[in-house]
Design a protein around this ligand. Structure first.
Ligand code: EPU
Length: 424
């Protein structure tokens, strides 16, 4: 086990320099899963060196693929990927393992998988997946330890209406539908940039996916073949947004490069409304700490709304706003679980119910030793530790490593004193 040791800046905006953003975790994972329906060798570029990518590679290898990942490049060879059982331990730890269900059904007509795990953000059901499999003619057999889905007569075309907007459900059925016998229409789809990136990958391989980025996506069956050139993964908007929050809190002059500012319209609008000086140029965002932060009303929403993945980091910014702010978390019912730890550091946060919190500021934060419960709350604790007065130990570094590449190196390059340390 490892933790981060952070020497806080006691609220002094001293960070400056440049930080370069990696490829997006939530874009590379569905594209890796989709390589199953593109038999042959897929080459990817701008692949982040994060634990979730390694976990997805392990799952692919478990069903017969060969993967090589180094220095931002990946090669995934799926010629012999004929397995249909997802390795349970890894699949249970990675929610994105669910993306392989549709891919395996499309490629091999069957899949057996445990309930997918991932971050504990409240209940994370899979009902949309199970009903979608049924709608496309598959048979679902649920057992206590694993679920098996079979497509004895192939994957049928048709229409799926998602009763809840879901990113990975949208992606799973986009992948699966490419092997259907007739067109599939998906309605009430997620519109995240990662969904659009998946459509672009499938189309680069000869797919016929239209409407990605709108609520209705249509997929015509197609025989997919790998694209010759490496497919480049889009920049990680959540990593960029996390550094935007760090800059808003402690930046003298922070430059975020290799990012896509257009994917961050909502966080930029909220921070600008709080008085944060932000300059946007193609691929670059510059940010610094204003003298006074104005309180904000924050409501998470599916894209293009404010991303739930930046809600916890944003809460740390709100602890420094001059007055009362509020957060309404509309996507998950367990995503305010970090609040009590920030309170221990001196924040004034009232969690009204599992979806709503009120934050009064500004409050100086005191250093503490705390463990992050998930990737994004862990990152929020790093921000709080950077802001605090004194030395904090932030445990569960492995959870932060799931989504952020070399986070301590990047924060250190901006002038923060942060070290990784082995713990027992
Ligand atoms: N939902 C259902 N039934 C289902 C599936 C989802 O009710 O069958 C509900 C969820 O409980 C939730 C809502 O739908 O209330 C939206 O969840 P969604 O399915 O969109 O989440 P996800 O696809 O599991 C992805 C990201 C998450 C991100 C969410 C929301 C990936 C691999 N993960 O998860 O990223 O928080 O969308 O934007 O794309 C992270 O990166 O830290 C992370 C958790």
């Amino acid at each position: 086990m490892e933790s981060f040791v952070v020497e806080g800046l006691a609220g002094q905006p001293r960070l400056s320099g440049e930080v370069s953003i990696e490829g997006a975790k939530n874009a590379v994972l569905p594209i890796m899963a989709a390589t199953l329906v593109v038999p042959g060798e897929t080459k990817l570029a701008n692949v982040p060196a994060i634990a979730d990518v390694r976990a997805m590679a392990k799952l692919l290898e478990g069903i017969g693929a060969y993967t090589t990942i180094a220095e931002g490049h990946a090669s995934i060879r799926t010629h012999d990927a004929r397995g249909t059982v997802l390795e349970a331990d890894t699949a249970k730890r990675l929610r994105a393992s669910v993306l392989l269900t549709g891919a395996s059904l499309a490629r091999n007509g069957s899949v057996t998988f445990p309930h997918p795990g991932g971050c504990v953000l409240g209940s994370r059901p899979i009902d949309l997946f199970l009903s979608g499999f049924g709608a496309l003619g598959c048979q679902v057999t649920e057992q206590p330890e694993a679920t098996t889905v079979d497509a004895p007569n192939g994957i049928q075309g048709g229409e799926i209406f998602f009763t809840t907007v879901s990113v990975t459900a949208t992606e799973t059925f986009m992948i699966m539908a490419s092997a259907a016998r007739s067109p599939v229409t998906l309605k009430n789809c997620a519109m995240e940039p990662e969904v659009v990136a998946l459509a672009e990958y499938l189309n680069a391989c000869g797919g016929a996916v239209s409407g990605a980025g709108t609520p209705t996506i249509t997929i015509h069956p197609a025989s997919l073949v790998p694209h010759d050139e490496p497919f480049t993964i889009i920049p990680d908007r959540i990593e960029a947004g996390s550094f935007l929050m760090l800059g808003a809190l402690l930046g003298k002059s922070v430059r975020i490069t290799n990012c896509e500012p257009k994917h961050l319209d909502a966080p930029i609008a909220v921070l600008s409304g709080m008085g944060v000086p932000i300059t946007v140029r193609p691929g670059v965002i510059e940010v610094s700490r204003p003298e006074r932060l104005i309180p904000a009303t924050l409501r998470t929403h599916e894209y293009p709304g404010f991303p739930t993945d930046l809600q916890a980091p944003m809460a740390v910014v709100l602890t420094q706003a001059d007055g009362e702010s509020s957060i309404l978390e509309t996507i998950f019912d367990g995503r305010l679980n970090y609040a009590q730890e920030l309170v221990r550091m001196g924040a004034r946060i009232d969690v009204v119910n599992p979806h709503k919190a009120l934050i009064k500021g500004p409050t100086p934060l005191k250093a503490r030793d705390i463990d992050g419960p998930d990737i994004r709350a862990g990152l929020a604790f790093l921000l709080a530790a950077a802001l605090a007065d004194g030395v904090s130990h932030i445990g569960n570094a492995h959870l932060i490593d799931r989504g952020y590449e070399r986070i301590e190196e990047k924060m250190r390059s901006l002038g923060l004193s942060i070290e990784r340390k082995a713990t027992s």
